[in-house]
Every structure is written in C-alpha cells, then in structure tokens.
Ligand binder design. Structure first.
Ligand code: ADP
Ligand code: ADP
Ligand code: MG
Length: 628
C-alpha cells in the first residue's frame, strides 16, 4: 500500500480524498495557490506545498510544479481529483515517468475516451449502443448540415473535446444550423483549443443516467449500479441520486452490463463513469438508452453511489493504485436504500446565477445527521478564481420519499451569508411535485423558469422572526437605548397602531405585530444590530433602519459600520458642520451600496473612513457631535 499521497486539487474533493487517505494511515500532501493559502484542504493535509499564483493555469494546472512538489515531499502517489488535470493523459504519463503512482486509469484509456467522437466509435465497435448521429472527420459546414437533416431535427452539435456542459448547441430547425455551428466552433476553439464537432440526435424527454464502473490491474471490472443526474441547469448537474427512479431490475442489468463492456473495451483501471442518455417518453427501456461519453476519473456525484453501496470509492482507488485487487466481486455488491446529493454553489439565483465571492461570515448547515462534503467552513473566503461549488449535501434513506424529505429538510435550514448561495433554489427544486414524483428530465429547470428562483424580499414570517430576534437581542443592551425603547414599546403594545420598521437590503418594511413562535424560519445574529433569518435555504439580513433615521441621544452620533464592507465614497471632512439626513459616506457590502447619513444636526467630531478602505462590522466610522 502506498504510504503517502499528494492531492493535485483543492476544495471539497481535496478534503474528501484526505479523509479516506487518513483513515487508511496514508500521509497526505496538499498543494495550494496564493488564494488558497488558508484554505481548508491546506489545513487538513499533513503537509502543504505552495505551487504558484491564484489563476489555475499558473498553479493547479501546471503539471511540472505538482510533480516537483510530490518529489520534494517524498509523496509516492498523485490523486488528481476531478476537473483540473484529472483527464489529462500527458500529465498522467508524466507522473508515471517521474516514478510516481498515478491514482487513475492508464493514460491510454484516458486518451481513448478523451474525445467524444473517438469514444463513440470505439463503443459502437464494442457493441455498446451509442447516441445516433454523425461522428466523422469531415467538418465542412454544408456537409454537416446535410448530416443534421438526415439525423432529423432537433439535433445537438457537440464539441468533441467538450466538457462541463460547454461547447453544445441544440438546433431546432435547418435554418438555424449554420449560425449554431459557427458559434459552437468558436466556443470550442476558445475553451478547448479544438473546433471539431459531432452531431447527435437530440433525445426527447432526456434523462441522464450513468453507471459507476471500477477496474483493477488484475483484469477485474465491476459496476456499482447507476446514478440519475437528470436535474441539470444548462447541461450541468445540480441534484443527483442513486438508484434511478423507475429503473427495473432487467433494464438495470442490461445497462450496467453495457457499462462494464465499455470499460473492458479500454482495459479500464480505477474509478470511471459511463454516461448514457435515455429517452424516457415511455419510461426507462434498455433499447432507448445510449452511450454518451465516459469520464475517466472520480465523479463529483460519487458519494450517492458510496451511500447505497457502502463502498468508499476513494479507498478503492488507493487500493487499486497500490496494485491490490478489487475488494468485492460483482455478486457481493448490492443496493441499499436511496441516496441524493445537492451541489451547494456560491452563486446568486436572483442574478442569473452569477458567482458570489467573499468571506463566509455565516455558513450553517443543519444539525440533522447528513453527510456534508465541504471545501469550506465558517469564515473561509470564496475566491473568484475557481469553481463556485463549495459543498455537497448528501442524504441516505430507506426509500426515495425518505431521501427527498431528508434533502429538503437539510436545504431548508442551510444558511450562507453574506456570500449568496443556491440553497433556496435547490430547496425549491427538491421540494417540487415533479421531482418528488421522480419525473424530471434534463429540461425540468429550464421549463420551471422563475418558479425555482427564491424570493429576494422578506415575507411577513421572515420579518416577524427578525423582529423577535432583535427584541431578544436588545433587551439587555443599554447602549442602544433608543432602539431598546422602540423594540420594548413594540413588544409590549400589541395594539393595531404600533408598528416597527425593519430594513432589509436598504428597503424598509413595516412589521405590524410580534408573531407567535413556530414557522419555517431560523434566526441568528449577523452583527450587533442585525438578524440573519433563513427560510427555505434563503438568507435575509434584517435590522432597524437606525443608520439613516434620526433620534436624539448623544451616543447616536456614533456611526458604526453595519456590516463588513468597503467604503466607496466619503462625503464629509473632519470638523465639518452637517445637518440631519446629510450623506456622510457610502459603504459597499453584500454587493449593495449603503448610504450612511447624519442622525441629527452637528459637526463631524471624528472621521475614520477613507474611500477604498475595507471595514469590519461595528467599526466606528464617523462620530457626530450634536449642536446644543
Ligand atoms: P461531472 O459530471 O462530474 O459534473 P463535468 O465534466 O461537468 O463532470 O465536470 C467535472 C466537475 O469538475 C465539474 O462539476 C466542475 O465543478 C469541476 N471542474 C470543471 N472544470 C474545473 C476546473 N478547471 N477546476 C476545478 N474544477 C473544475
Ligand atoms: P459534457 O462533456 O459537457 O458532460 P455530455 O455529452 O456528457 O457533455 O452532455 C452533457 C449533457 O447534455 C447531458 O447530461 C444531457 O443533459 C445533455 N445531452 C447530451 N447529449 C444529448 C442528446 N443527444 N440529447 C439530449 N440531451 C443531451
Ligand atoms: Mg458529461
């Protein structure tokens, strides 16, 4: 067995690999870029080597630096994780040439499956059903257009070197073909340095079903059943599960046998995934499921297979790389229950899923006993350099209904702030009737449109929870006496005309009464005067609008930073006379601009703010002395 392992990756998958290696007594070496100097995977590993600047092409994608780090630390083997260099046959060969163990398939297998057209031809020759289409050498646009017409619209143009859902165009009719081809080729050249495309029949009611396979160096190959990854956004997986809903035993046997045949055709060693596309218009039928591509690495969604099979796939990878035979035979493998995984991303569904970066001041996952494979923890910084996936929530139950309930429950209480997350979106998708019925195709998310985008404005329940939280938080704080009086008055006087104004992202909301306990919300503090309320995975930060409203107590002249952020403009100078409501400075936080104004007439007695400066929450920015 190898004694030491370098992990050529970052984030959750690096942490995941360290966990299994450590359990096996293997010493772990992490690599990291500038941006990751304090990352979780670096702290978890036994040793860590800095390999360069933050951009991946200057660090995580530089094979020579990674091999040098392995040699310098005496690591015997390299695990590439997924993404980055994991499907780079040249790198795999260089690792082997350096006298190190490559935790992955033979470089020749990676090459054979690397291009989608070559892989499909190989599979067709091995007798595996492939998605109907054209996969030849000729790339003349007029010729390709004829092939598309022959296949029959709609068709899918795919970059042969594509991956991660990029380099694909669905074409509905002949008139759109030329433009779609040109744009697909442009994207393929820019992203993969290869303009070659293939054309496939666009499968109706498509479901993405894939099979986990595993080979060893002794000629054994097994499968570990299927996963269903049909819940996708723009051809990228969002929620995955195992087994596949509606898969009967006979169909499963045929599909998994085809997958093993595919793996055998390339003498496969290690963990791999055979991806199929199914036409589910009449349920899952073996004669309507076709080979799409093979991923010659550990897959992001491997945990759902681990949950239903009881196998630690990373442990198997390390055993196989060490020359051991597969620990179990095919007849010793079986499916236990149902598992699901949701990919938690630092992105904002409300702005078209733009990635969101910054420090995770709050990162609370529910207490329930679920598996979380995370690459971050509270106070970690999400940088703009890498994939925005920060964690995976994984549940396992006796049956599918139980798994959906567990996933929905886990997502409901997930709180991420001020970095935006897709937890609310995942919640709505998982809780939808169609998903609960196990009846989604890869088009589900697109068809739902805005129905899966969580609200950005707080509702009455959220405001009520915030009000209650603030009342409790303030009751023992004397220094905020004005707010204290306000909240106390609101709490005691439940008559109809007593209201409380709360502010969320610069917008004022009126709360009419203190609500009863219960409901779906979770609250915690988010700063001295702010309540963080989470409902259905969506987090809101709510406070009293004290930074723009006037009151008249001496200490109200202290203008504190309401949250961590950056000062973008200062409108006053020290000693200046100001009038109530006058703009003092503008703070940018949570990607929003907040204007802080003078609470009353006075002079600027103290000014601790300069444009461009980062400020912590509760920092004293300006002190206004009242005029008597
Ligand atoms: P999967 O089916 O496992 O999602 P993909 O081919 O879509 O397979 O991509 C694998 C995963 O690797 C993606 O989900 C993405 O998060 C990650 N990934 C892709 N490219 C990179 C990269 N350059 N660096 C790090 N991770 C990446
Ligand atoms: P990538 O390398 O980007 O993962 P794939 O070939 O695996 O590319 O396709 C990605 C996704 O695109 C699939 O999971 C599926 O949702 C969709 N897709 C691919 N081929 C077809 C097809 N022929 N018909 C319908 N949808 C398809
Ligand atoms: Mg794929």
């Amino acid at each position: 067995m190898i004694q030491s392992l370098l992990i050529a990756n970052r984030g959750e998958i690096a942490c995941r690999i360290i966990r299994s290696a450590r359990a096996m007594g293997i010493r772990t070496v992490a690599v990291y870029s500038d941006a990751d100097a304090r990352a979780l995977h670096v702290r978890q590993a036994d040793e860590a080597v800095h390999i360069g600047p933050s951009p991946a092409r200057e660090s995580y994608l530089v094979g020579e630096k990674i091999i040098a780090a392995a040699l310098a630390t005496g690591a015997e083997a390299i695990h590439p994780g997924y993404g980055f260099l994991s499907e780079n046959a040249e790198f795999a060969q260089a690792v082997i040439d350096a006298g190190l163990v490559w935790v992955g398939p033979r470089p020749a297998s990676i090459t054979a499956m690397g291009l989608k057209d070559a892989a499909k031809k190989l599979m067709a020759a091995a007798g595996v059903p492939v998605t109907p289409g054209y996969m030849g050498e000729t790339q003349d646009p007029a010729f390709l257009s004829e092939r598309a017409a022959e296949i029959g619209y709609p068709v899918l143009i795919k970059a042969v070197a594509g991956g991660g859902g990029k380099g694909m165009r669905k074409v509905e009719a002949a008139g759109e073909f030329a433009d779609a081809l040109a744009s697909c080729q442009r994207e393929a050249t820019a992203s993969f340095g290869n303009a070659h495309v293939l054309i496939e029949k666009y499968i109706q009611r498509p479901r993405h079903i894939e099979v986990q396979v595993f080979g060893d160096t002794h000629g054994n190959i097994v499968h570990l059943f299927e996963r269903d990854c049909s819940l996708q956004r723009r051809h990228q997986k969002v929620i995955e599960e195992a087994p596949a809903p509606g898969m009967d035993e006979a169909t499963r046997e045929q599909l998994c046998a085809a997958a093993v045949k595919a793996a055998r055709a390339v003498d496969y060693v290690g963990a791999g995934t055979i991806e199929f596309i199914a036409d589910a218009s009449e349920g899952l039928r073996a004669d309507r499921i076709w080979f799409m591509e093979m991923n010659t690495r550990l897959q992001v969604e491997h945990p759902v297979t681990e949950e239903i099979s009881g196998v630690d796939l990373v442990e198997w990878q390390l055993r196989v790389a060490s020359g051991e035979a597969l620990p179990l035979r095919q007849d010793e493998l079986s499916i236990d229950g149902w598992a699901m995984e949701a990919r938690l991303y630092a992105e904002d569904p409300a702005t078209g899923f733009l990635p969101s970066t910054g420090r995770l001041d709050r990162y609370c996952l529910p207490d329930e006993e679920i598996r979380v494979d995370s690459g971050v923890e509270e106070m970690s910084v999400v940088s703009p350099f890498y994939d925005p996936m920060i964690a995976k929530l994984i549940v396992h139950a006796a049956d599918r209904a139980g798994a959906v309930d567990a996933l929905v429950g886990a997502l409901e209480g997930t709180a991420v702030w001020p970095v935006k997350s897709n937890a609310g979106f995942l919640y709505l998708a998982a809780d939808s009737e169609q998903f609960r019925n196990g009846d989604v195709t890869t088009n589900f998310i697109a068809e739902q449109g805005d129905a899966l985008i969580p609200p950005t404005e707080p509702d009455a329940e959220i405001l009520g929870q915030a009000g209650r939280h603030l009342i409790e938080a303030y009751s023992d704080k004397s220094r905020h006496s004005r707010d204290n009086e306000l909240l106390e008055g609101f709490r005691l006087n439940r008559s109809r005309d007593t209201t409380l104004v709360l502010q969320s992202q610069g917008t004022n909301h009126v709360l009419a009464k203190v609500p009863d306990f219960g409901g779906h919300t979770y609250s915690s503090g988010a700063g001295p005067d702010l309540a963080l309320v989470t409902k259905f995975g969506q987090s809101f930060v709510i406070g009293l609008p004290r930074y723009s409203a006037g009151g008249h107590h001496a200490h109200d002249g202290d203008i504190l930073s309401p949250m961590p952020g950056r000062i973008i403009a200062v409108d006053v100078v020290a000693g200046q006379a100001v009038t109530k409501g006058q703009k003092l400075l503008t703070l940018e936080a949570m990607k929003m601009e907040h204007t802080l104004t003078a609470p009353f007439d006075g002079t600027v007695a103290e000014l601790n703010a300069t444009a461009g400066a980062q400020v912590q929450v509760e920092a004293l920015l300006v002190r206004i002395e009242p005029v008597d």
